[in-house]
Write a protein that binds this ligand. Structure first.
Ligand code: DHB
Length: 505
């Protein structure tokens, strides 16, 4: 046999043996031939689309899991749309974070958050003081989710499980406190990248999405890409040794910047009565004062030469740049009759064809109303979801701000532990954006309802502005009159991803 043929056979065998060997020794190899076939009919504005999917379920994404029910993911690969074959090999990947209320996502049970806050699973609804629960999107009709629309657009959909604040082992130890959820999500991203080429989807085009606590984790995943601070945690669970940066991040009502959210909430709702009347005004003022210093220290600059954003001008900034455009967009789509009806029910708003909508910030805040008590997040009684996120193995809930620590211990100089402080940083997208983290995502989609009172509007606009100030591509919008969890322009989101992918350099 000629020498060249022998060499070719030998090299071919070597490559084959290598692949076999890797599959046997590497627990993180994507099992590309192990799928089931599913068919989904998805409603879009262009009519129903029938999508044939290769569904991969419950793929373990770490080599040393704490609990594989949580540290596994599902992958859906569209292979046919309306009877036409599609090739998703190079398609964008939508990485859909199912977390709500900082509760774990059990991948073995279909990726819905469960536990005490949302016993039925799924996205929470917004409860207004004294009022009925508001549906997602302020009672507007449910639209097709961005996950389904992604499949209908030919994108690969990844749904990771992850640990959360509710996880407790048989021996009573907690195993999902901060920063477990973000560590798991990063490990899941690494799994995808580890399988580059083997798994359909382009790992350079990963876009995360999430709602509320999931929105905050989506923001954090986007902001903290490749940051070394997570390295020991990732190593411990046997995450793939690759990078975890993502290309884009979508954050719906992100409940982020937790350690500053109490002050931000008082800044917005401090004098607005809540369920139990007006909160303690002296404490509210103290929190506002702390927030004032934080806001100044961020050194954020508003759009179009607005200059530094401060607690004194932020109401005007949000009103003119976000609320009025949102209200005007809403009004544009109303018939004359519907507009009249709306105005008669909302006398705090005025309207003229020439000038559009007008209202005052204070009337808007009164209209929305205060939902949470004081402090809104670091609850004196340690009962908020956030207190429970910042527990540890043996303690279910802890304070995570000096303010609440000082108030509850009646010790003016009290400070939270260094261990909690580290958890707080590792859970805050703003921490990484302000530190100009190199692996921060380039593309951002930020959405919030104008009637969502789970956090201050300034938390949302701070996130968008901090990213704008870092020269990121940011789309921040508020949905008029929409409550918690609203997603009213899901098709625009899919078009946004397509545009970014088509025009990227
Ligand atoms: C969620 C809502 C909250 O008000 C909060 O503080 C944390 C999380 C949520 O819906 O995920």
């Amino acid at each position: 046999m000629p020498y060249r043929i022998i060499t070719t056979i030998f090299l071919g065998w070597l490559a084959y043996a290598n692949v076999q060997n890797q599959a046997q020794t590497d627990p993180l190899v994507f099992p590309k031939d192990k799928y089931t076939v599913e068919t989904k009919t998805i409603k879009t504005s262009a009519g129903d689309k029938t999508v044939k999917i290769h569904a991969y379920k419950h793929l373990l994404y770490v080599a040393k899991p704490v609990d594989k029910d949580y540290q596994s993911l599902d992958v859906s690969v569209p292979v046919e749309i309306d009877g036409l074959a599609v090739d998703a090999q190079n398609a964008p990947i939508l990485f859909a974070i199912g977390v709500g209320g900082y509760i774990s996502v059990n991948n073995a049970k279909g990726n819905v958050p469960g536990g005490p806050m949302f016993p039925g699973g799924g996205t929470p609804v917004d409860r207004r003081p004294g009022g009925p629960p508001r549906m997602q999107g302020g009672g507007k009709p449910q639209r097709t989710s961005n996950k389904d629309l992604a499949l209908a657009a030919g994108f690969v959909l990844v749904m990771p499980g992850c640990r959360g604040r509710d996880n407790q082992a048989a021996d009573g130890k907690y195993f999902g406190k901060a920063p477990a959820a973000i560590v798991d999500l990063k490990a899941a991203v690494r799994y995808l990248r580890h399988n580059k080429g083997r798994m359909p989807g382009n790992t350079d085009l990963i876009f995360s999405t999430g709602v509320s606590a999931g929105g905050a984790l989506s923001a954090l995943l986007g902001a903290s890409g490749n940051n070394d601070l997570y390295a020991p945690y990732l190593k411990k669970i046997g995450a793939a040794a690759t990078n975890d940066a993502i290309f884009g991040s979508a954050c719906f009502c992100p409940i982020t910047d937790l350690e500053h959210a109490d002050g931000a909430y008082e800044w917005m709702y401090g004098s607005t009565p809540g369920r139990n009347g007006v909160v303690d005004q002296a404490l509210s003022q103290k929190l506002i004062q702390q927030y004032k210093y934080y806001q100044e220290a961020l050194h954020l600059k508003g759009q179009n030469g607005f200059g530094a954003l401060t607690v004194d001008n932020y109401d005007d900034y949000i009103l003119n740049n976000y609320l009025l455009p949102s209200a005007n967009f809403f009004f544009k789509n109303l018939s004359d009759e519907a507009r009249k009806d709306y105005l008669s029910k909302n006398p705090w708003i005025s309207y003229s064809i020439e000038k559009g909508v007008a209202f005052k910030w204070t009337d808007y805040v009164a209209h929305v109303g205060r939902m949470k008590g004081l402090p809104a997040f670091d609850d004196f009684e340690l009962k908020s979801p956030e207190n429970i996120v910042f527990g540890n193995k043996t303690t279910n809930a802890r304070h995570f701000t000096n303010f609440s620590q000082q108030q509850t211990t009646k010790t003016p100089a009290a400070e939270i532990d260094a261990e909690v402080k580290k958890q707080v940083d590792l859970m805050n997208a703003m921490f990484f954006i302000q530190a100009s983290n190199k692996g921060c995502a380039q593309h951002w989609w930020i959405r919030h309802g104008t009637s969502d009172n789970h956090t201050s509007q300034s938390v949302i606009v701070n996130l968008g502005t901090a990213l704008e100030n870092q020269q990121k591509n940011v789309s921040t919008k508020l949905y008029w009159d929409a409550g918690h969890g609203a997603d009213e322009d899901a098709e625009d989101f899919i078009a946004w991803i397509k545009h970014i992918c088509a025009t990227r350099k």
